[in-house]
Design a binder for this molecule. Structure first.
Ligand SMILES: CC(=O)SCCNC(=O)CCNC(=O)[C@H](O)C(C)(C)COP(=O)(O)OP(=O)(O)OC[C@H]1O[C@@H](n2cnc3c(N)ncnc32)[C@H](O)[C@@H]1OP(=O)(O)O
Ligand SMILES: O=C([O-])CC(=O)C(=O)O
Length: 453
């Protein structure tokens, strides 16, 4: 056995070395062939590949070809996110279901429409008979995003019309998935916490009278108790994460995969895989882990020089996860500010004071100030960097006592509304299959017989 394992390790090491050598492309070739790496123009702007009416991300104005950065704005179906948030908070109600309706159907719902939609969502919250036992508890995953993707793919088998891509059927599938994703995520977490962390197992059935945010708190907490303030904060986070235009990695994955004509379950599984990445939705858990590491390694949380040195080490791949990234900072589109981070920050500030987390909040403020400076000094920045939504969301979830394993899944529970709207838009507009070009730069060679190599 030992011998075989040694053989396996040596053989793999050999293959890895070979693959690293043979897969490296000379970076000068990208310039020579004018490749838009990451589908970006040289100034960082995304290559225009589609049109959408669902979400608009606004970060700069163009003045005679010059890009002038402006504070970020986000609009859902043409309505500013700040107005949406102010609207439902002013009326002291939850906003996520209204947001999902707006994204999916294009207009704000009337009272009766919203009520019907909420009832429909409630009726779809439960998972199919025996699904929890057979699909979730029998194979608990250490990663809830993985469990979500697997769960979504498994739901395909419970849908008699799984491959029907008519608009009516896709709408139905999307509303069902939006409704039951919180249940899937929380139960997958409960399985993880029971089987991998030896904690008691809680499976609270979703309640028909509760909103999405309330249901998450009800199902995740052993005693099911939560305050209205807590549910409203989680609901706000769900509203802010719901949509971000067609170009973000997971939504573009949705367009890409939808364009092949595949089914809804495969599409959403692909989007989940994309969102999990630490440069995208997976950054929220990384931010919290990075701050934990920082708190261990920075003695004085008020000493800006010490914090700056830590951040420089992160950038130089000498600290934290050695990826060279300061998580929660920077964005593919925003430069001066991410409007969602601005909204979350206000709430975090207030709550940090109420919960005695002022020192930690102050550390976040210092990183917010110092990180753009150190990134600017070591990377080529065209448009400036600032905090993104992931910078504060983990802090919010921590104050809500939500376990870190659920941070990115909560993003998914919200963003599936945007993915659904984009999938439907892609189908309605019957676009061409998405298929960009790759220039092959390999040298052409003759095949050589095995005995001659
Ligand atoms: C919900 C979301 O998806 S929000 C984003 C969540 N992701 C994170 O917080 C991870 C940290 N941030 C990043 O990795 C980046 O800012 C991204 C992936 C979000 C955007 O990257 P880009 O579109 O390349 O941003 P931008 O054009 O401003 O970056 C310019 C350079 O600065 C680097 N940079 C930008 N932000 C950071 C950062 N936080 N840490 C280290 N380097 C950074 C980029 O890697 C790039 O360098 P390169 O050309 O050598 O690759
Ligand atoms: O737009 C992007 O590139 C990333 C994203 O999804 C977001 O910020 O919500």
């Amino acid at each position: 056995m030992q011998k075989y394992e040694t053989f396996e390790r040596n053989a793999l090491d050999e293959f890895i070395k070979l693959a690293q050598k043979t897969n490296k492309i000379n970076s000068e070739l990208y310039d020579r062939y004018h490749v838009k790496r990451g589908l970006r123009d040289l100034d960082g702007r995304g290559v225009l590949v589609g049109l959408t009416e669902i979400g608009e991300v606004h970060a700069y104005i163009v003045d005679e070809d010059d890009m002038i950065p402006v504070p970020g704005r986000l609009l859902y179906r043409g309505i500013d996110i700040n107005d949406i948030v102010e609207g439902f908070l002013r009326e002291d109600r939850y906003g996520f279901e209204e947001t999902a309706y707006l994204l999916l159907f294009g207009n704000l719902p009337g009272k009766k429409e919203l009520n019907n939609f909420e009832q429909l969502m409630c009726s779809f919250r439960k998972l199919p008979e025996n699904f929890v036992r057979d699909m979730i508890l029998k194979a608990p995953s250490r990663d809830i995003m993985n469990a979500l993707a697997r769960g979504v793919l498994a739901l395909y088998s419970f849908d008699e019309e799984a491959d029907n891509t008519s608009i009516e059927n896709v709408f139905k599938q999307c509303i069902k998935l939006i409704s039951c994703l919180p249940t899937l995520a929380v139960y997958a977490y409960q399985a993880l916490s029971h089987y991998h962390s030896d904690k008691s197992l809680y499976i609270h059935p979703p309640r028909l009278d509760l909103s999405t945010a309330e249901n998450i708190l009800h199902m995740i907490r052993p005693d099911s108790k939560f305050t209205k303030l807590e549910a409203k904060l989680l609901d706000l986070a769900l509203v802010l994460h719901a949509e971000h235009g067609g170009g973000n990695n997971s939504t573009f994955a949705t367009h890409l995969v939808t364009s092949s004509g595949t089914d809804t379950y495969s599409t959403i599984a692909a989007a989940l895989g994309s969102l999990k990445g630490p440069r995208h939705g997976g950054a929220n858990i990384k931010v919290v882990q990075m701050f934990e590491d920082m708190k261990r390694n920075v003695n004085d949380w008020y000493d800006e020089d010490e914090i700056e040195n830590y951040l420089i080490k992160v950038l130089n791949k000498q600290a934290f996860d050695k990826s060279g990234l300061i998580y929660g900072i920077g964005h593919a589109v925003y430069s001066i500010s991410d409007p969602r981070a601005v909204i979350l920050k206000e709430h975090v500030a207030q709550l940090a004071e109420e919960t005695g987390l002022e020192d930690e909040y102050s550390l976040y403020m210092k990183v917010e100030k110092l990180a753009p400076k150190v990134i600017g000094e070591s990377r080529k920045i065209y448009k400036g960097v600032s905090t993104n939504i992931d910078f504060y969301s983990g802090f919010v979830y921590r104050m809500l006592n939500i376990p870190p394993e659920m941070y990115t899944p909560i993003f998914a529970i919200s963003r599936i509304t945007g993915w659904s709207a984009h999938r439907i838009e892609e189908i309605v507009n019957a676009g061409k299959i998405i298929r960009p070009a790759y220039k092959c730069v390999a040298r052409r060679r003759e095949y050589i017989d095995l005995l001659m190599r």
